[in-house]
Structures are given as C-alpha cells and as structure tokens.
Write a protein that binds this ligand. Structure first.
Ligand SMILES: *Cc1c(COP(=O)(O)O)cnc(C)c1O
Length: 411
C-alpha cells in the first residue's frame, strides 16, 4: 500500500514533530473549551438551528451563529452569514461600512491580499478610490511592524482605519503572531485613540489561543471556507468586532436602518454550527499536517516556511522547489490524492490578474475550500508552492509519504 522506504522516512520525521504536536494539541484543547463555552453561553438549542425564508426577521439561527462566533473570538458582536460569499466579500463590506470620503485607510502590513487591490484602487468600478477614500501603506520590516515609520505617518495622515493582514498571502514574509498584533494595536491607539483597527484574519483562526479581536481589534474578518468553518460550512464569512463598528458595517451589508434585522437562509444552518464547533480540531489537523510536510520537505533539501521548530501563526506552508517541474509535480500529487476530482491533472495557466502562469491543486468537497488540502504556486523563480489545509492529519501524511517517495526513488 505504501512505499516502505518513504513510509519509514515520514514516520521518522513524524517522531521529530511530536513535541510540536503536543503544543498544538494544548492550544486546540483550550480553543475547543472556548468554543464549547461560546455555544453554552449563547444557549444554542436544536430548535434554533432552523432554516428561514424571505426577510428572515425571525431567523434565530442567524442571530445565534453570529453570537457564537463573536463570543469565541472575544468580540462584542458580529455578522456571520451564508449571504457573504467569500473572505474578499466580507472584507469589502467591512471596508465600505466604515470608510467615508476623505477618510484614510492605512495598511501597516504593506499591500493587501491580491483580491483586494481592485476593491481599493480600481478605476471606475466602485472602488474605495472611486468613493474618494484614500489609501496609504507602510511595509513590514524583518517580519515585524515598522513602528517608527508608522508613528510618523499616523501623525501626518490622521487615518480613520489601521489595516492589518495577519497571513502572508502570496508574499514571502512570515505571518504575524497575535502577540505582535496586540502590541501594534496598543501602539496605534496610543497615538490616536479613536482609530479603528481592522484585521484580515484569513487562515489565522484557532492557530493560537487568542485572536486579534481578543486583543483590541475593532473589526476582524475571515472566510468560512477556510479555518473558521471547520471544513463543513458550505460558504460564508464572518465579520466580528465592537458594537459600533458592526453597526456601521451592518448598514452597508443589508441597508441603513435595517441592518441585522433581516437575513434568511433556506438551506440548512446545521453545517455552519457543526463546522464552527469542530473548527479548532480541524485546524489542529491542518497544522499537524503542515508541520509534518514542512519537515519532510526540509529533510529532502528544500527550504520551507514556517521553519521547523517555529510555532505557526496561520495554516499556510510554503515550499521552495527551485524549478518548475518539481512545483508542478507537487501540485499533481496533491490533486491525485484528493477525495474528489482525483483524475484531474492540473496544468499551469494564465490566470487573470497574474503576470506569471499559476498552477493550482484542489480536490475539495466545497468548491474553492482551502481548509481542505489544497496547493498552488506561480511559475516563477524560485518556484514556491503554497499549501494549506487538510481536514484530517492522516490525509496530509499520506500525501507526504507519496511526495517523499517521488524524491527518494528518483535519487
Ligand atoms: C483567502 C484570503 C483572502 C480572501 O478570501 P477569499 O475567500 O478567497 O475571497 C483575503 N486575505 C487573505 C490573507 C487570504 O488568505
């Protein structure tokens, strides 16, 4: 069933990983207790988990689901809805909910994630820029905030919003710890107490014991087809934060003065509640797979982030392949060992918005889900593959064995 050399190789690597797994299990235990408490404190009853139609004025599932997420993330309140299509949609609603003409959005983690570029700078398509919202940014230095420059620019610009992206997106920087984000929030609030801090928390949920909203973020957004939906939520995103911020954002999400009074979903809410409940454990599985795979790649001679021994701050793993063939082969192994679409062979293609060809592997039950095992990478030097997810650890381990085999047998 397995190549014995590769199996032994990966089993040996796994032994090295056990101390890190133990630490991740402690984090998961804590987060699972937080989650259980959130469900109990919100008094979720089976009779609450019912679908609704039309305006959905009396949709208790919508209200309770939002309450559970707000509680588990340490926020005052939140919006959690299948009506939010994606992380990008959630981030867009939040930005447009808060920012007004002449306001400044000040990103302190450099340029935001690719899909937000047109939301911010697009010409004549209803972007923030079209609505006269200004944008400024400061890059990270040495994987941390550039405090000096942030202070100078804060004083010059007097921004309405400070924007933080926790995960790395398609850049080579490391993801940010909640500890670093907490320090940043204190720092900017000390300069301008009424500034609103918004955090793109995609891929970061349940990786640590705290979330940015536990440590003072006014607005935090993430996707339900990544960590926060536990691999079960079929779509959606969450926006949590302070009462003030969420009220502003709910006016943009639905309509001014109507806000969160309405919102129906005729499908089943069950997978949203179940996915939320198991999310800490699913993230644990993805993280264990991530650590194992990273160490396997390192042992086979590739450089990979996060480095072995460093605790992760998101579920993304990067592996530097150094040549196109190896990157393509990696994506094909992941596709081939997927539960669905396993017969599909991925090829690099010209994806709109990218200068280089991109290859993607995804054999997921939920289309586009990246809490399920998935990988991609642009075909350019140094040929870096991005890998994330894996709802079961064993699935990722099986892929790691086949990946190791492809190297060990081609020596
Ligand atoms: C995935 C992601 C997004 C966008 O989410 P979609 O659901 O794909 O629209 C935004 N920011 C970061 C850092 C992400 O990883």
């Amino acid at each position: 069933m397995f190549n014995l050399e590769a199996l032994k190789f990966v089993n040996d690597v796994e032994k090295e990983c056990l101390p890190i797994f133990t630490k991740l299990e402690e984090i998961c235990l804590y987060n699972q207790k937080k989650m259980l408490n959130a469900f109990r404190d919100a008094n979720v009853n089976l009779s609450d988990i019912a679908s609704s139609t039309g305006y959905g004025n009396d949709d208790r599932a919508r209200v309770k689901l939002s309450e559970v997420y707000a509680r588990v993330f340490g926020a005052e309140t939140g919006i959690v809805s299948p009506l939010i299509t994606s992380g990008t949609h959630g981030l867009t609603i939040a930005l447009f909910g808060i920012l007004r003409p002449d306001d400044i959005m000040f990103s302190v983690t450099g340029k935001p994630y690719d899909t937000l570029i047109d939301v911010i700078f697009g010409e004549g398509i209803g972007s923030l820029k079209d609505f006269k919202v200004r944008y400024e940014d400061v890059d990270l230095i040495d994987n941390d905030f550039d405090y000096k420059l942030i202070e100078t620019r804060m004083k010059e610009l007097n921004p309405r919003m400070v924007y933080v992206q926790r995960s790395r997106g398609y850049t080579s920087r490391e993801s940010l710890s909640v500890e670093k984000i907490e320090k940043l929030i204190k720092f900017v609030k000390n300069i301008k107490p009424d500034v609103l801090v918004m955090v793109d928390n995609c891929y970061g949920e349940f990786v640590e014991m705290k979330e940015p909203s536990d440590v003072g973020a006014d607005i935090m957004v993430g996707s339900l087809i990544k960590n926060a939906g536990g691999g079960i939520a079929p779509t959606g995103a969450y926006i949590v934060g302070t009462n003030y911020a969420i009220e502003q954002i709910s006016s943009r999400f639905i309509a001014p003065s109507i806000g969160l009074e309405v919102g129906s979903y005729a499908g089943s809410y069950t997978p949203f509640f179940q996915g939320c409940f198991i999310a800490p454990h699913v993230v644990l599985n993805a993280l264990k797979g991530n650590i194992l795979f990273g160490r396997v790649a390192e042992k086979l001679g590739m450089s990979s982030l996060p480095k072995f021994g460093d605790m992760p701050h998101d579920i993304v793993r990067t592996i530097e392949f150094g040549n196109a063939d190896r990157l393509v082969e990696f994506c094909r192994i992941i596709q081939k060992l997927s539960p669905v679409d396993s017969a599909v062979v991925p090829y690099p293609w010209d994806m709109p918005g990218y200068n280089d060809q991109v290859i993607m592997a995804a054999g997921a039950f939920v289309q586009g889900s990246s809490i399920e095992l998935s990988a991609d990478g642009p075909l350019r030097e140094p040929y870096v593959g991005y890998m994330q997810g894996g709802v079961t650890y064993e699935h990722v381990k099986i892929v790691a064995i086949e990946f190791a085999e492809s190297y060990l047998t081609s020596k």
